[in-house]
Each structure stands twice: as structure tokens, then as C-alpha cells.
Write a protein that binds this ligand. Structure first.
Ligand code: HXC
Length: 515
């Protein structure tokens, strides 16, 4: 073999081995795969093309000059998922803990630029001890370059982060700026700003990394994590599925898929799902499953604020974003966390040309000091803002309760929904009949010879007058009252006609969503 070729293959071989056998063994013992193994699962077989494999650190302090750091600890490049292009980076913990130095940061920033230039999604696989301590401010610069590009790319290309090991300190902010965060149930997978040692020093609390920032912390409590996977392989398969619903960039429509589900299929099972008693709970996801193609609903933020439901599905082969209240939790009311969840999801769909279908069954905003002090005014306003600025096709189905501000917030006609349907069971009013009777007829009830009977009579009167869909229908606030068995058929017809919808917002730099 010619000498220069021998040298090339020797160098390439060195890069392929990353941190070496010992560290790869440890990585496997920790229930984790290496960066290259992960890319094999994420991408179509044989499609990965590596870029910049020979980039090397430039800093030499604190013993770095004696260290060999193949690929500088991050494998970057591009490939395909289901034949569609995607840019990728994968940090490799076997190379100095996947720590991010100047050139490691450069490689990721380069991939973000590359993805933006081409208009293709970027998937980042995170497994890193954070800023490479030996490289000081150069490591911080590396992060800064990434955050800046994440921000410019927001709303232009989908950005998905998978947390497969440590993601500590400022490293968490690249995933946080992006669109979706996937975590695994591996105890070695965690995200936090300050680690257990700092927490102990400052607060005296003893916590493990997993307690502080594992999947439960972020999927259930903080809401930072959108999808939870059993392990590395499962996480990467989830990303492939997620990408299938998304366009490559904000100038394209999502792919249309032949799902084989009949567009004229009726949904009489909704009669069984929806209880006759309006006070009884049910799980709205059963209605969603009945309506979407092949009952396939890809739920986002499943464990966070379950009183609201968000996720992707296909209807008539089109990607749609589904938003719903779920009466199975907190009676489906809106609170701080569900407001954030819904607003963020609506804005994602709007950025990427994904129509939004909203199922409404909401008794109102959750009352209480905790909610008020926590800023329900500000957080609740996000939903109003998100729906009002959205210009994608929007179809709303009012299933049961639609009360007060929450009626407006949940994709009402008044905030720009294109077609609003209501079931005959819908109750659209300022508040529930019980509360309304107490306030409006207080004196008559108190002065009646039988206050209890009077109260019941007034509740009945209010319900008959306002707690039905016909007052709203008479004003044109809803487009039609429909038989639930026609839900799928009606939504498909709406989506078909709305395909040509074009709506422009007034020119501005950007809005000032209440954060
Ligand atoms: C340099 C690092 C490193 C880092 C890990 N390593 N993190 N080297 N800079 N940040 C090295 C270790 O020295 C070790 O090298 C190898 O990677 C494997 O690490 P271990 O500690 O043996 O692994 P483990 O026991 O699994 O522990 C994982 C860990 C721990 C909990 C993540 O490594 C750790 O605490 N790392 C530091 C975390 C941290 O404080 N990062 C800085 C955050 S501040 P050897 O050769 O000994 O095997 C930050 C600021 C960014 O990121 C700000 C941006 C705005």
C-alpha cells in the first residue's frame, strides 16, 4: 500500500476506535452505547457520512498536550432517516468524558451551520461531562457558538436532543433551546445545572445525579423532557418516529403518508367513550385514537401536566398536531404547567406547517393562591398568544365543557381557529351552571322558601339557556354542531379545504410572548 494511503487508514482507524477498548467496555457496563453505535441505530444502514473526523484540540494546558482525543470526543456528519436527510452530532463519553472543548464546540457549531444551509433537521446525541475544564474560556466559547446557532435555527429546522448520559452545567442549554428533548431511563442519564456536590454545599441536601436530573425529574416535574425511552436503542428509534411527522424545514410541508385508513370511516365508539353524565371523567386520548389514522397517536410530554394532551398523529395521511384537555386529570382544567405545555406545542406546529386539531373539554383555569402566585396570568396568556399568532390550519372540536377564558384559550374561533365543531353535549358559557346560579341568583335562592329547590331550578334554567352549543352556534362562533360519529369525516373534510389557507401576520421583528 502506498505510504500516504497507509497513513490515512491508520489515522481513520484511530478515530474509529475513539476512547479505546477499556473505556468502551465501561460505557457498555453503564448501559450506554458509544457515539458510533448510536448513529448506526439512528440512521438508515450505511447512510452515515462523517465530517471533520481529524479535527484536533488546539489547547495544550493541564496535560492536554499528552492526550490523544480522537475526533475531539464528538462524531459529526449527516445521514438519512427513512431516506430523508438529517445532520447529526454524537458526543462520545469514552473520549475524556465527552467533554466539550474549543474544537469539539467548533464541530457541533459547524454541523448546525451545515443543517441550516441545507434546511435539514439536526439531531444531537448528548453524553458529556460538560465544559472541558482544562480548556477554560475556550470551552465556554464553544458553548456560546452552539447556543447562538441553536437560537438562529429555532423555527427554521427541527432540533432534537437526545440525552444519553450526563448533560451537566451550561451543556443543558443547547437541548433546552431546541425543540424536543428525549431522555432514557438509564440511571446514568441526567441533566442538571448544578450537580450533587454543589447542591450539597449550598443547600445541605444529599441527592444522587439521577434524583436531581433523571427522567422522572424532567419528564414529570420540570417538563424539560418531552419523550422517555427505556434505553439508548429505544430513544433513537423514538427520534426516527418523531422525524417522520416533521418537515425538513419551515419552508416545507410535512410528508404525506399513505396510511391505509379510510377517510370516510365513522367513529361511533365516541358514544361509548363520552359519559352521559357531564360530571364524569374519561380519557380524551381514547377519542383522539378513535379519530386519527390507524389509532396511532405519538404523545409528546406524556408525563408532564397530564390534564392537557399534546402529540402528533396522521389524519388522511397528513401530519397533525393534536391538543386536548384531559378530564381524566384535574377535570381537564388549565393550570400553569398545562398552559406552558400547550403553548409550546402550538408554536412548534405553527413554525413547521403542521395543522392543529384541538379537542376541548375544560371547566376553566385552576383556581388557587398557588396558581396565582406562580403566575397563571402570565402562563395562561401564552396559550392565547400561541393560538392567536398561529397561521396553520386549525380545527377545533368542543366535546363537552368550554368555560370562560379557557373556552377562548382552547383554539376558539375568536383566536383564529378556521373551523370549529361542537358535539351536542358541548357546554359553552362564561362559567359552569352551578357557579353561575350561585352568583347571579344568589338573592333569589337565599330568599326562597326552599333554597335548595330554587338553586336546582336556577341551575337547570342556566344550563338550558347557556350550557349547550346552540347559543354559540346562533352567533356563528361555531361552524356546526356535529354527531360525534362523524368527527373523523368532518375533520378530514376541513383539513382538505384548509390546505390552501394563507394567512399573514403584520410585519414585525418578533412578538413578545409573555414568558
Ligand atoms: C474534562 C472531564 C470532564 C470535564 C469528565 N471528564 N468530565 N474532563 N472536563 N468536564 C473526564 C474525567 O476526568 C475522566 O477522565 C473521564 O472524563 C470520565 O469521567 P469520570 O468522572 O470517570 O466518569 P463518571 O464517574 O461516570 O462521572 C461522570 C461525571 C463526572 C459525573 C459527569 O465526570 C463529572 O462530575 N464531571 C465534571 C462535570 C462538570 O462539573 N462539568 C463542568 C460543568 S460546568 P479520566 O482520564 O480520569 O478517566 C459547564 C459550564 C458550561 O459545563 C457553561 C456553558 C454556558
Amino acid at each position: 500500500m502506498r505510504e500516504e494511503l497507509r497513513k490515512l487508514y491508520e489515522k481513520r482507524d484511530r478515530v474509529l476506535k475513539m476512547g479505546g477498548e477499556e473505556r468502551i467496555k465501561k460505557q457498555h457496563e453503564d448501559g450506554k452505547l458509544t457515539a458510533r453505535e448510536r448513529l448506526e441505530i439512528l440512521l438508515d444502514p450505511g447512510s452515515f457520512v462523517e465530517l471533520n473526523p481529524f479535527v484536533e484540540k488546539r489547547n495544550t494546558d493541564f496535560g492536554l498536550d499528552k492526550m490523544e482525543l480522537p475526533a475531539d470526543g464528538v462524531v459529526t456528519g449527516y445521514g438519512t432517516v427513512d431516506g430523508r436527510p438529517v445532520a447529526v452530532f454524537a458526543q462520545d463519553f469514552t473520549v475524556l468524558g465527552g467533554s466539550l472543548g474549543e474544537m469539539h464546540g467548533f464541530k457541533i457549531a459547524y454541523i448546525l451551520d451545515f443543517a441550516m444551509k441545507l434546511g435539514i433537521p439536526v439531531v444531537g446525541l448528548n453524553d458529556s461531562g460538560g465544559a472541558r475544564i482544562q480548556e477554560g474560556v475556550d470551552a465556554l466559547k464553544g458553548y456560546g457558538d452552539i447556543f447562538y446557532r441553536n437560537t438562529l435555527a429555532s423555527g427554521v429546522i427541527p432540533q432534537i436532543s437526545v440525552i444519553l448520559g450526563p448533560c451537566a452545567g451550561g451543556a443543558v442549554y443547547s437541548p433546552a433551546i431546541g425543540d424536543f428533548i428525549v431522555m432514557t431511563k438509564n440511571p446514568n442519564c441526567y441533566m442538571f445545572i448544578t450537580g450533587p456536590a454543589v447542591v450539597k454545599a449550598v443547600t445541605g441536601e444529599d441527592v444522587t445525579p439521577h434524583e436531581l436530573g433523571g427522567w422522572e425529574a424532567h419528564a414529570i416535574k420540570s417538563g424539560n423532557c418531552h419523550l422517555v425511552a427505556e434505553n439508548d436503542e429505544d430513544a433513537l428509534k423514538l427520534v426516527r418516529k418523531l422525524l417522520s411527522y416533521l418537515p425538513l424545514n419551515n419552508m416545507e410541508d410535512p410528508p404525506r403518508v399513505e396510511t391505509g385508513d379510510d377517510p370516510s370511516r365513522i367513529t361511533p365508539e365516541i358514544y361509548e367513550i363520552l359519559p352521559e353524565d357531564p360530571g364524569k371523567p374519561y380519557d380524551v386520548r381514547e377519542i383522539i385514537s378513535a379519530v386519527v389514522d390507524n389509532r396511532e397517536f405519538f404523545e409528546i410530554h406524556k408525563y408532564y401536566a397530564p390534564n392537557a394532551v399534546t402529540g402528533f398523529a396522521r389524519i388522511d395521511g397528513r401530519s397533525v398536531g393534536i391538543v386536548a384537555n384531559n378530564p381524566a386529570y384535574l377535570a381537564g382544567c388549565l393550570d400553569i404547567n398545562s398552559s406552558d405545555k400547550i403553548a409550546r406545542f402550538v408554536r412548534f406546529c405553527d413554525s413547521f406547517n403542521i395543522p392543529i386539531i384541538t379537542f376541548v373539554d375544560v371547566p376553566g383555569y385552576l383556581p388557587g393562591v398557588e396558581q396565582e402566585y406562580g403566575g397563571i396570568i402570565r402562563h395562561g396568556a401564552k396559550i392565547l398568544f400561541a393560538y392567536s399568532e398561529a397561521s396553520v390550519p386549525m380545527v377545533t372540536v368542543i366535546v363537552r365543557k368550554a368555560y370562560g377564558g379557557a373556552y377562548l384559550a382552547m383554539g376558539s374561533k375568536h383566536l383564529g381557529a378556521d373551523i370549529v365543531f361542537a358535539y351536542p353535549s358541548a357546554e359553552i358559557a362564561v362559567m359552569g351552571p352551578e357557579g353561575a346560579a350561585e352568583i347571579v341568583f344568589r338573592k333569589e335562592i337565599a330568599g326562597a322558601s326552599d333554597p335548595k329547590a330554587m338553586r336546582e331550578a336556577k341551575i337547570k334554567e342556566y344550563r338550558e339557556k347557556f350550557a349547550n352549543p346552540y347559543r354559540a352556534a346562533s352567533r356563528g362562533y361555531i361552524d356546526d354542531v356535529i354527531d360525534p360519529k362523524l368527527t373523523r369525516v368532518k375533520i378530514i373534510s376541513a383539513l382538505r379545504i384548509l390546505e390552501s389557507k394563507k394567512e399573514k401576520l403584520p410585519p414585525k421583528k418578533h412578538g413578545n410572548i409573555p414568558l
